[in-house]
Design a protein around this ligand. Sequence first.
Ligand SMILES: Cc1cc2nc3c(=O)[nH]c(=O)nc-3n(C[C@H](O)[C@H](O)[C@H](O)COP(=O)(O)OP(=O)(O)OC[C@H]3O[C@@H](n4cnc5c(N)ncnc54)[C@H](O)[C@@H]3O)c2cc1C
Ligand code: SF4
Length: 330
Amino acid sequence: MREFGYERAFDVSGAVALLGADPDARFLGGGTNLLDLMKAGVERPALLIDVRELPLDGVELTDDGGLRIGATVTNSDLAAHPEVRRRYPALAQAVLAGASGQLRNMATVGGNLLQRTRCGYFTDLSKPCNKRAPGSGCPALTGEHHNHAILGTSEHCVATHPSDMAVALAAFDAVISYETADRPGELPIDEFYLPVGETPHIETALPAGALITGVTLPQAPVAIHSRYRKVRERASYAFAIGSIAAALDVQDDVVREVRLAYGAVASRPWRARAAEQVLIGSPASAEAFAAAADAELAAAEALPENGYKVTLMHNLVVAVLTALTEEAAR
Ligand SMILES: Cc1cc2nc3c(=O)[nH]c(=O)nc-3n(C[C@H](O)[C@H](O)[C@H](O)COP(=O)(O)OP(=O)(O)OC[C@H]3O[C@@H](n4cnc5c(N)ncnc54)[C@H](O)[C@@H]3O)c2cc1C
Ligand code: SF4
């Protein structure tokens, strides 16, 4: 591993200035992803700027009844926060579905958003990988891809985004705030994560050198009736092979509002807007849920080993929306 320096930042402008002064510097959150990538040789920073002492560790109600979550809030604190659990239960469930207790105690909101794919070729320096070494190729297309993407893929990369938390944030229209040396800025999560296209190595629209300062969740009464469900290859401590964050408002057996986002099927958290459109005004029935699932999955492009994800996601949508409907009827 390359030798590196370490600095602790105590204010936002100081952190941004430190990063701006060294093109090889990286922000350090909990380090649960960055340090692994450094050990693998994928990341070789000259300087780590620890952001955990920044005053960004609060969760506050906003004036419109939403939530503002600081970038250094740990995943454990986020999942345990009473307002998160009450107003956005799927977010708390998503965070708790990820990693382990020890990792969640270290991992931060900012770091979770920017964690890198778990595609095995990405961390194997002996193999080509367009995400790690642009233009070198994508061995996953003809190699190991059973847990790769089926939606929004390109011939340049079929990796999935690994975050559970970000899937729930996508369902609830989160807005990511950042600070650069010049100005503060905001990006809706739909624009924060870029489509994979021809540049899989450019994953977000975050300007160079930007520090994520927080995430704002707009008020969403529908989110009170929400759930996160994750399917994985073992019961705990594993990344998703398919997941869903869903929220549903049913009145007189008709869907009035719905939010759906999928995880582990695309290079970014996948907001299922085609499915949502089919559902609004439809009866809250298994048939309508199945039709909505199919509307979204019509765009799926499976590889030889990951076609099972189409069926998996179809079944997840029907199961979770049915469970939310039954819950509302109680
Ligand atoms: C064994 C294992 C299992 C896991 N299982 C899951 C799982 O099931 N589901 C899941 O969702 N995740 C899982 N994770 C991933 C874990 O959630 C992430 O590693 C963690 O959320 C990253 O947060 P961090 O603060 O440690 O980020 P770091 O590792 O510190 O940083 C990650 C990246 O974000 C950048 N960064 C950090 N903070 C900021 C900021 N404020 N502004 C700008 N850039 C920043 C860093 O420079 C780095 O590029 C697992 C991890 C491990 C090791
Ligand atoms: S899927 Fe993406 S991350 Fe994996 S090998 Fe291909 S280019 Fe690299």
